[in-house]
Design a binder for this molecule. Sequence first.
Ligand SMILES: [Zn+2]
Length: 371
Amino acid sequence: METMKAVVKVKPELGAEMQDLPIPKPARADWVVVKVRATSICGTDVHIYKWDPWSESRIGRKALPQVLGHEVAGEVVEVGVHCTRLKVGDYISAETHIYDDGDLTTMLGSPHVGTHMRIVGVDYDGCFAEYFTLPEKVCWPNDPAIPPEVASIQEPLGNAAYAVLGEDADVAGKTMVITGDGPISLFAVGVARAVGVAKIIHFGKYDLNMEIARKMGCDLQMNTNETTGKERLEFVLDHTGGNGVDIALEMVGSQNSVDDCFAMVRKAGRITAFGIAAESPLPVDYNNGIVFKGCQIHGINGRKIFDTWYRNRNLLAGGRLDPTPVITNVFTLADFKAGFDKMIERPRKSAKVVLFPDEKECQAALKRLGK
Ligand SMILES: [Zn+2]
């Protein structure tokens, strides 16, 4: 039997192990097998790596051992007998929300939040491996102009695009607050710039990440560690003609950040809720923040399949959007522990970390990224 290297969550405690596993076959007749060229570490992987209370309740120790990872760029090496669209050699990335065709939300155009939706690397073995298997229907053909380290980060970039664009993509010429230092906040700054948001105000607290936000194109910035909520509100009002911003993207999940967004959004504006609170319920100013403002609240869990993929592919391939400043570190898959250490380190000194099963692909990416 042919084997491969894979990063496996073995025990319900901090860490993971590199193991030799059999190379998978298509799990079902309409699934494919992909040879992984690049795979990136997501916040979700960090939760599972640490085995925090979310992992214990969402995945559960009974599911272990399980291969980590869901963000990917790779090449199709085998197709199941009922696959119709892909062929061996296709260069793909993957929508990681494996939607269920029978869910009501799927039929109504929001498959990403279906009741029976399952997630790669959470409900199935993931892609921190040389090969993995997934349904053909969630594979997304990449433009060959997009290098693997960028193709891999399209999944979180899709969250950012969905957060920025909302349901109606009515953002051109508008003002926007984006909170947070995480990769998706930084990607959101770049997407907002690329799609014509007129004024992007970023709130962060880590120097490196704030610098990346400036590279991605924010217009104004405040350090949340060095300012009060009142100062931030005054700053935003000063720069929006006293009205507040049209759109506020909450991407931290902290009380301060939520309070900022509800205070700063203008009347009849939009708040996008993406950050995950450490503890929920989390109080909001229901009367003044929502009801009397007549504002919309938009929750983001996943991407708009495949609308955000399509738009991002065009933006990336055309060079209108360059997300590479957010890719701060690349390692070989064998060096996955170094990658997780970078992601866990506080104060933060990294944004996005990409792993390569093949040493040569890793070297080529380092060169392309100028590192
Ligand atoms: Zn992800």
